[in-house]
Design a protein around this ligand. Structure first.
Ligand code: CIR
Length: 256
């Protein structure tokens, strides 16, 4: 069960966030703020305490706090983002993360290692890590050493078609795994109860499980029905403005 969530409100500079889909247009800041507020309310309704940090205008992508840290039950790992424009975001996360963890439980990924939290998927004591354009081998090796010392296992998953591992695969607990695209037949995930997201709803694969509820992005009816059929309580949250800069539900928070 998760007790805490950290999120960061989007700044007006969200319009300059990194995107692979400029054809979707630029995010509307006011609408993004309203969607962010609804997202935080949805999380609170799942019984977690939400810490909302102020916007960081100098970092257009800084509302995607998931990429800056991996917060486990035994340690916190501050990442080293692979995107140069996002590197400095981590400096603005250290103090708040230290407020939740003992000093000797906060670790760091260091150059030349890079790692972004969107590439990390927790399944019990095992952490799957995408080897991606943002997370390199050295970053995964450092991460595996840190987590190994804390009694966790790490498995690297090379990926080629999506930004982060969790862009395409998300664990809903209970053995249930939402999979899309290159992960549908991936041997690493063969033993899960795989729920295959259709290509036209691929963005909807980025759902989050929070204490028995699954938050699903609004506008992906097949995914919504698939998740409801598994028996979860479902909350829909509109993430249209974050999608314009490749962000989804998981990216917007650290859940721990
Ligand atoms: C980026 O390219 O870094 C942001 N525009 C989107 C980050 C999405 N984060 C995530 O999937 N964890």
């Amino acid at each position: 069960m998760f007790k805490n969530v950290i999120a960061r409100r989007p700044g007006t500079s969200i319009t300059e966030g990194i995107t692979s889909a400029p054809e979707l247009g630029k995010p509307d800041h006011q609408l993004a703020l309203r969607q962010h507020q609804a997202y935080c309310q949805a999380l609170e309704s799942c019984g977690v305490q939400v810490t909302v940090l102020p916007p960081l205008e100098e970092y257009p992508d800084s509302c995607f706090v998931e990429d800056t840290a991996v917060l486990t039950t035994r340690c916190a790992v501050i990442t080293n983002p692979g995107a140069p424009s996002r590197r400095g975001e981590v400096d603005h996360m250290v103090d708040v993360i230290r407020s939740f963890y003992p000093a000797d439980r906060v670790e760091f990924i260091r150059d030349p290692g890079t790692l972004e939290g969107g590439d990390v998927m927790m399944v019990g004591d095992t952490f799957y890590v995408g080897l991606s354009a943002r997370t390199n081998r050295e970053g995964i090796e450092q991460f595996a050493r840190i987590l190994g010392r804390n009694g966790f296992k790490v498995r690297a998953v090379p990926l080629s078609q999506v930004l982060h591992l969790k862009t395409g695969v998300n664990y809903l607990e209970g053995g249930n795994l939402l999979v899309s695209g290159e992960f549908v037949d991936h041997p690493e995930f063969a033993s899960f109860n795989r729920i295959v997201v259709p290509p036209e709803e691929a963005y909807g694969a980025n759902c989050i499980w929070v204490n028995g509820t699954v938050i699903v992005p609004q506008g992906y009816p097949t995914v919504e029905a698939q998740v409801r059929d598994l028996g979860y309580r479902v909350i829909l949250v509109d993430t249209s403005e974050f999608r314009k800069i490749d962000g989804g539900l998981s990216c917007l928070s650290l859940r721990f």
